[in-house]
Ligand binder design. Structure first.
Ligand code: ZN
Length: 221
């Protein structure tokens, strides 16, 4: 275990250590029901340590609600079994210009503080021989968001999967989000938000990248 000062520094600097989410080898040996039971037990201990009286009607169900929320609602994107299948289709229309799926809702949590990250993702690609169903992009974004995250990693994970599925490097992903760990604690900055942008292939061309940025800067529908 690192010393406490270093732990705090890593969290406040939001250091990214790997593109893959660091998972234990035994990550999926327990069933979801077993995980909920374990987390419920430990969260009850946390609440009791904080001095809360769990015999109170309002608090008694919280450890279970918390555990169920972690496993089934906030962090289902840790389990590859929940990964959406990115079915691709032949590009029959020979559509060769940019396609942008924008304003995709992000509900995530920072892995350093387990506090919400909320905002939007914008995804663009220039099709070659394959296209993907639009809602599959939203589902992929949601899958990677629903795990303890670092925003830089989130865009890379989405980008890499789409590049592979679409068989092209010509993909761009941006995420603009607010981090509750920045607004509600630490520096307590209520107004700042964070944008991350990753791309490959033809998006290295500043003009093409600008076209994407102009599209996502549009007013919402
Ligand atoms: Zn954080």
């Amino acid at each position: 275990m690192k010393d406490k000062k270093e732990i705090t520094t890593v969290g406040d600097n939001h250091v990214l250590t790997s593109i893959k989410t660091p998972l234990r080898a035994d990550a999926f040996e327990k069933t979801d029901a077993e995980k909920i039971e374990d987390i419920q037990f430990h969260f009850q201990k946390i609440m009791e340590t904080l001095g809360l009286d769990l015999t109170d009607d309002s608090l008694s169900g919280t450890p279970y609600r918390f555990a169920k929320m972690y496993v089934q609602e906030l962090f289902y994107g840790l389990d590859p079994a929940n990964k959406p299948k990115l079915s691709v289709f032949e590009n029959k229309y020979s559509y060769k210009k940019m396609l942008v799926e924008q304003q995709i809702t992000i509900n995530s949590a920072c892995e350093h503080h387990f506090l919400p990250i909320t905002g939007y993702a914008h995804v663009g690609y220039i099709p070659k021989d394959k296209v993907v169903g639009l809602s599959k992009i939203n589902r992929l974004v949601d899958y990677y968001a629903r795990r303890p995250q670092v925003q830089e990693r989130l865009v890379l994970q989405i980008l890499n999967d789409l590049q592979e599925a679409l068989d092209t490097e010509d993909v761009i992903v941006s995420v603009t989000a607010k981090h509750l760990c920045v607004s509600s604690r630490g520096i307590k900055d209520q107004s700042s938000f964070t944008t991350t942008l990753e791309y490959g292939g033809r998006f290295y061309d500043a003009e093409i990248r600008q076209e994407f940025l102009n599209i996502v800067a549009q007013e919402t529908l």
